[in-house]
Design a binder for this molecule. Structure first.
Ligand code: HEC
Length: 390
């Protein structure tokens, strides 16, 4: 694995490597995309069991090993590439990740971001080929195109219900991968989410406020079962999917040889009109509790160490006290005020141009005839379009 990365980097300094070279799609044998009527039935029937199985299968499919090594999603097209301003731009090889602060955290002044390893999240956004091709062919990466679509909808007096860009193709998949920095040859504490927020939901529960951490050990010493570091459980680097940092993608306060561990991932697919929303996060006891349910046998190795939740709908299935469906990833949404009650689809439905804030958190389906869509065009649920258009 290490060897291959070095090889790719050496290659990239001599010639420009086209990201397409090693692009690996979801295998044609995988059950993807699933028929829309079937998935819509699962939504209506509130068949959470089958919805979850669908997401675990998808997780297994995108984590299949690519011929170039590593999970196949790593060969997908980065947001930098999708939103490149012109066709001629030279591409970075796909595996040299450009780790960024999650755009959801833009409200945080950068000085407020904790600098120590393990204490702040980094992200990359990846598109599969179909989603990439759609953005490029429709020129949706240009603010001028979004302005033009919006202008023409207004000119033709199109009703609020129909102020949308064209739909992405059903085969589209978009990912948001979330990483924590772990020092080489050391022990880095990382926060683990046990569903026990220490603060009221309206104050937000950023990872720095969580009561428990585990310590990721990269010293190479043999880890004995049950060993503790200042009362914290020690886990090996091999319980995560991780990549090694190189001179080409260092983040603040990092050195070549440090690691980025995959702590969480958001996955959305256009298999239904409102997209299917799935989210995964690491846990040291990933075989227990409601978020481990229905895990399929085809998941192997580190990929079993993640928990999952799924949203097919903004409202159903309802929470036990009758409120709208809440589906979150603790590593991304817990920090928002009322983040614990958020829902992927509800927030993403608000993505429209000209851009407005994705906050505050709202619950339940937002009507397409909502006044906030006046003189604006909805961006088929993807926030990246409005936030990254050039
Ligand atoms: C409060 C609003 C909000 C909630 C809730 C939310 N997201 Fe997002 N999401 C965003 C924003 C803002 C971005 C940033 C877009 C980017 O990075 O380009 C984003 C990015 C993403 C992306 C990258 C692609 C894109 O264009 O949007 C995916 C995939 C995604 N979210 C999935 C999810 C899933 C799955 C959930 C639920 C577990 C979720 N989101 C919950 C606001 C939200």
């Amino acid at each position: 694995m290490k060897k291959r990365i070095v090889f790719l980097l050496t290659l990239s300094t001599c010639i420009s490597v086209n990201a397409q070279d090693s692009y690996t799609p979801i295998a044609s044998g995988a059950n993807f995309p699933v028929k829309e009527v079937h998935l819509e039935f699962l939504r209506e029937a509130q068949d959470v069991h089958s919805q979850r199985e669908h997401l675990w299968n998808l997780w297994a499919s995108i984590n299949e090993e690519a011929p170039s090594g590593g999970p196949l999603w790593e060969t997908w097209l980065s947001a930098d590439h999708v939103f490149r301003p012109s066709e001629s731009e030279v591409l970075a090889p796909p595996k040299v990740k450009n780790f960024e602060r999650p755009l959801q955290f833009v409200d945080l002044p950068s000085s407020a971001v904790p600098e120590a390893p393990g204490q702040s999240q980094f992200a990359t956004v990846l598109f599969n080929q179909e989603a990439h091709d759609f953005v490029r062919s429709q020129k949706l990466y240009l603010a001028a195109t979004l302005d033009e679509i919006n202008r023409s909808l207004t000119q033709q007096a199109v009703s609020l219900d129909n102020r949308d860009i064209p739909d992405f193709p059903r085969e589209s998949v978009v990912l948001k991968t979330v990483w924590l920095h772990v020092a080489a040859n050391g022990r880095t504490p990382i926060p683990v989410w046990d569903f026990n927020p220490s603060r009221p939901d309206q104050s937000g529960n950023d990872i720095g406020t969580w009561p428990r951490s585990v310590v990721v050990d990269t010293t190479g010493e043999t880890i004995q079962r049950g060993i503790l570091d200042q009362g914290r459980k020690v886990v090996p680097l091999t319980s995560f999917y991780s990549v090694e940092l190189t001179n080409h993608n260092l983040i603040r306060n990092s050195s070549p040889g440090d690691h980025m561990i995959l702590i969480a991932m958001h996955v959305t697919t256009k298999e239904i009109r409102d997209w299917v929303w799935g989210t995964f996060w690491w846990h040291d006891k990933a075989d227990f509790g409601p978020y481990a349910l229905n895990k399929t046998q085809n998941l192997r190795g580190v990929w079993r160490n993640y928990l999952m939740d799924v949203a097919f709908d903004s409202d159903i299935p309802r929470e036990y006290e009758g409120s709208a469906n809440a589906v979150i990833n603790p590593y991304l949404e817990a920090r928002f005020p009322m983040g614990m009650t958020s829902n992927c689809m509800t927030c993403h439905r608000k993505s429209a141009w000209p851009l407005a804030s994705f906050l505050p958190i709202e619950r339940g389906k937002i009507s397409t005839s909502d006044q906030r869509f006046e003189n604006r065009v909805r961006l088929d649920f993807l926030w990246s379009l409005g936030m990254r258009a050039k």
